[in-house]
Design a protein around this ligand. Structure first.
Ligand code: AMX
Length: 432
């Protein structure tokens, strides 16, 4: 199979690079850990490795070494669209090579052939209480697929360590193939009277999601392609990626690991910020009949901060510039909805909020992140159910975290087990 062969071909070189590094330089110091980092969520501590993506604080995300604008040009596009095929992105994340159109389409075909969802998954989703958050349904649906894990079955049968990654790849392809239909099912169940809309296998993975939630509009299909392209990975330390990796490091299969990552994504300081951000923008709209003036918006922002709340969609643990994922969506908005009232509000917030956050004096990055605009674009096309937005993020994020999972197994990354200390021990350390 295309992806398996390609990874097999690349693996020996990666294995020898990693084992040489560890063998010859295993005791070299990479970084020092400060007391502030120990207490501060390990911020900036360089203790993880991934080759799938890297976040440069002053430049933003690079997938396999390529920036977002570069990949918008390089990745194969869906027919008649200027936005990348998710199949091509997955090929890139998994293999490190930019695919040609045929290779991207081949991944899309693999997905189509594995997209069928066992009926018990739907039953699991339906059995949840009607007020369960869509992320709860999404996580439960992923976990309910676990009985299909190739990795778990082969492990029980006595698989060789060298085979782990190939079984993980199988699981990853099986899971990612099903994500658009699972997400669409959740959407239709919660907001569309349970109407089921069949996939259209002439469409690509991203556009098919749009189709299955009843959006035939080519512009919304393009937005889906853009959205799933932008949210796929953000190196290894963010909560969803790290949670997935941590759980996978115990040789839990990708279903267990991805459900964990999705649960982390559901937090308001991480993926749920997209829903929170739209809510905040709508609150602004409700408070003013027309677009507020800059002074009014500034006052509204201060009100939010004075209530002890964060301004969602702004700030980042690593980035120190406007997030290029924000910029790419902003460009989409400028092209397709320049006069949309909410989009104009996003523009105004972007002009006002950074300086408010700077005045706080403690925010390290006052600029917009990916979540500052993503909900607004969805809202424009009628996907107005804010609590669904993080599911969209999750569909995309699983492309990145499963790519990481395959390579973590391929390179034999061990079970994670950092060391904890007591406060007393730290007090002793600083005394000495
Ligand atoms: N509004 C108000 N206060 C903010 C802020 C914001 N948007 N961003 C940072 N701060 C505050 C922090 O809460 C912290 O305050 P404290 O010292 O009193 O606890 C202080 O500024 C320093 O924080 P930081 O070092 O700049 O950021 P961080 O690495 O601790 O946190 C993040 C990063 C994203 C959690 C934070 O910026 C935030 O809460 N932003 C709003 C929520 C959001 O948009 N999250 C989505 C991030 C992207 C993603 O993962 N999807």
């Amino acid at each position: 199979m295309l992806l398996k062969d390609k990874i097999s071909e690349k693996l020996p070189d990666w294995q020898s690079r990693v084992s040489k590094l560890v063998r010859e330089h295993g005791d070299k110091v990479v970084d020092q850990i400060t007391v502030k980092q120990v207490y501060g969520g390990m911020r900036g501590a360089k203790v993880l490795v991934t080759d799938i993506s890297y976040v440069d604080p002053n430049e933003g995300i690079r997938y396999r070494g390529h920036t977002i604008p570069e990949l918008m040009k390089l990745l194969p596009k869906a027919d008649g669209s200027e936005y990348p095929l998710a199949g091509g992105l997955y090929y890139l994340l998994l293999t490190g090579d930019v695919p040609n159109h045929e290779q991207a389409q081949e991944v899309e075909s693999i997905w189509k052939s594995r997209s069928n969802i066992p009926p018990h998954v739907y039953e699991t989703i339906k059995a949840m209480p009607s007020d369960a958050h869509p992320m709860t349904l999404f996580s439960a649906a992923i976990l309910s697929l676990q009985n299909n894990s190739v990795f778990a079955r082969q492990y029980q049968e006595g698989m060789q360590r060298t085979e782990y990654w190939a079984a993980t790849l199988e699981d990853s392809l099986n899971l990612t193939a099903k994500l658009p239909a699972i997400a669409a099912y959740i959407y239709n169940l919660k907001y569309n009277n349970g109407n089921y809309i069949a996939p259209d296998f002439d469409l690509d993975w991203s556009a098919n999601f749009a189709k299955m939630i009843g959006k035939d509009d080519p512009e919304y299909m393009d937005l889906s392609r853009l959205y799933f392209f932008l949210h796929a990975d953000h190196e290894s330390g963010n909560v969803s990626a790290h949670a997935t990796h941590l759980v996978g490091s115990s040789l839990s299969d990708v279903y267990y690991a991805c459900a964990a990552g999705i649960n982390g994504l559901a937090g308001p300081l991480h993926g749920l910020a997209n829903q929170e951000c739209l809510r905040w923008l709508l609150d602004v709209q409700d408070s003013f009949d027309v677009l507020p003036t800059k002074a009014e918006l500034e006052e509204f922002a201060w009100d939010t901060l004075n209530k002890g709340m964060v301004i969602p969609g702004y700030g980042h643990a690593v980035l120190r510039l406007p997030d290029p994922r924000f910029t790419a969506q902003y460009e989409f908005g400028k092209k397709h909805m320049p006069d949309d009232e909410l989009f104009r509000l996003v523009q105004l917030v972007n002009e006002v909020v950074p300086s408010v956050l700077q005045q706080l004096g403690k925010v390290k990055n006052p600029w917009p992140n990916v979540d500052a605009i993503s909900g607004t674009l969805q809202y424009h096309y009628g996907v107005r159910e804010q609590d669904f937005y993080t599911v969209l993020f999750g569909v995309s994020r699983i492309l990145g975290v499963t790519s990481n999972a395959v390579w973590a197994r391929a390179l034999g990354q061990p079970i994670e087990r950092p060391k904890s200390l007591t406060t007393k021990m730290l007090e002793e350390i600083v005394k000495n």
